[in-house]
Write a protein that binds this ligand. Structure first.
Ligand code: FES
Ligand code: FE
Length: 466
């Protein structure tokens, strides 16, 4: 088990401050200290200052549709129960019994009106309220104030297009405000049909010896790696055009470190590439009237294909064959880069499909997503192999001694002044501006949240909004 120590005071706090100073200076020149990709003190600062103070994605409504449904998820290092209580409200509760701290729930998902601790048997409702304990009169004789001993609950729980996020901080802006103009982009990605998206299956989970930020920053803007890291897909004749795909890439940058890569799919594929390459049977079902002109033009010609909502929520939708030689169909992959320990993350990936899709199309899209980006997917293997190398670079005594800086300094690409939508649009992806903004947001959070503690997490019994 990873042992957590605070870095909010003393030498550790100074170390983080100095590292932030160095990173800010380096970023001005398009560079980044290598140790940002694996460092023990930095990891602890991330857990303490970022993951307990911002919005973290946890689950989708379609995973817990009924009262009593629950799933086990993570917020940084903490395991939480995400449960829809008997009145339909979603609660996010720390999965530790208030008596002596034993883990309360050991099922990944299920339906329960109550949770009973396996150690001494304290019982809680599915909204976190304390209910009872064995031998209540003999053991406590009326000395237990049940209102004080409910489960710890995240004070903020909100959802967007059914994607449920929570925060341990009372001070965060609303989820919609936090997403900012990236919500406009997500409306165009998730809002193609009023019935929305559904998770096809529970998330796959697998561990990679790499930093969580390697995944997050790759998905926020790295279209440059595709022609090299994923060339095997072309060499094995699984997919054509991989070596040229980065020339089709564009960038969409929003506030708070949120950004998306898009691809000019209609340039490469003609009309078949419009709307992410969805086949006619899906296009006939989509209801796009609520989208504005810029969104419609964007998703027709250069839709967002990959993106990251800071810090660790990412999305992916590209047209891809379900097997070599098959037709390319788009899949919707949602993923989290879960920090586990310095240099170790767990990747969680969900395949989603629009609820309006036929069973046949849903299955085809699922296979397409799994073939490329399941835990054994051809592209997933490419990415995770190179990210593990970055973790080793960050751990290298030679690199540390040398003060090695990583290179984020391609030829500067300016945003398109003609862009009519929110945020900034980059007509090509060179320049690494999106990744730079991810890192700026990361450093800002480390600084702004220094000294903030988790003491604002509410006790059981407090209301929890949806
Ligand atoms: Fe849960 Fe004792 S630790 S009842
Ligand atoms: Fe990749």
């Amino acid at each position: 088990m990873y042992k957590f120590n605070s870095v909010n005071q003393g030498d550790d706090a100074r170390y983080i401050n100095e590292l932030c100073d160095r990173a800010e200076t380096a970023l001005e020149q398009g560079l980044l200290p290598v140790e940002l990709l694996c460092d023990d003190k930095l990891f602890r600062a991330e857990m303490e200052r970022i993951f307990t103070n911002t919005w973290i994605f946890l689950a989708h409504d379609s995973e817990i549709p009924n009262n009593g449904d629950f799933v086990l998820r993570r917020m940084g290092l903490d395991q939480v129960i995400v449960a829809r209580d008997n009145s339909g409200v979603v609660n996010v509760m720390l999965n530790h019994c208030r008596h002596r701290g034993s883990e309360l729930c050991h099922e990944d998902q299920g339906n329960a009106s109550h949770f009973k601790c396996p150690y001494h048997g304290w019982v809680y409702k599915n909204n976190g309220d304390w209910v009872t304990a064995p031998h209540l009169q003999d053991a406590y004789g009326g000395r237990l104030d049940e209102k004080q001993w409910g489960l710890l609950k995240a004070p903020k729980v909100e959802s967007f297009h059914g994607f449920i996020f929570a925060s341990l901080s009372e001070e965060v802006p609303s989820l919609r405000d936090y997403l900012g103009d990236a919500a406009w982009m997500l409306d165009a990605v998730f809002g193609l049909h009023p019935d929305g998206l559904k998770a096809i299956a529970p998330p796959e989970r697998f561990r990679v010896k790499a930093d969580w930020k390697s995944g997050a920053e790759n998905f926020c803007g790295d279209a440059y790696h595709v022609s090299t890291a994923h060339l095997s897909a072309q060499l094995t004749e699984f997919m054509q055009g991989v070596s040229q795909v980065s020339t089709l890439a564009v960038g969409y940058l929003f506030e708070n470190g949120h950004s998306f890569i898009g691809h000019r799919l209609s340039s490469a594929m003609g009309p078949a590439g419009e709307l992410w390459g969805y086949p006619q049977e899906m296009r006939d079902k989509f209801q796009l009237d609520h989208l504005d002109e810029v969104q419609l033009e964007m998703i027709t010609h250069r839709p967002p294909t990959i993106g990251t909502i800071f810090p660790n929520f990412s999305f992916l939708r590209v047209p891809q064959p379900a097997a070599p030689g098959g037709r390319a169909v788009p899949f919707t992959n949602i993923r989290m880069w879960q920090p586990i320990a310095p240099g170790l993350m767990e990747i969680w990936t969900w395949e989603f499909e629009f609820a309006c899709a036929s069973d046949e199309f849903r299955d085809e899209a699922y296979q397409s997503g799994q073939f490329g980006f399941g835990s054994g997917g051809i592209f997933e293997q490419d990415d995770t192999a190179v990210w593990e190398g970055i973790g080793k670079a960050a751990n290298s005594p030679w690199n540390r001694k040398n003060g090695t800086l990583l290179h984020y300094n391609q030829k500067r690409c300016e945003p398109d002044p003609q862009w009519q939508g929110p945020g900034r649009f980059f007509p090509n992806i060179y320049g690494e501006r999106l990744q730079q903004e991810f890192w700026r947001r990361y450093i800002k959070d480390l600084r702004d949240n220094a000294g903030k503690t988790q003491h604002n997490a509410t006790m059981g019994g407090s209301p929890c909004s949806r």
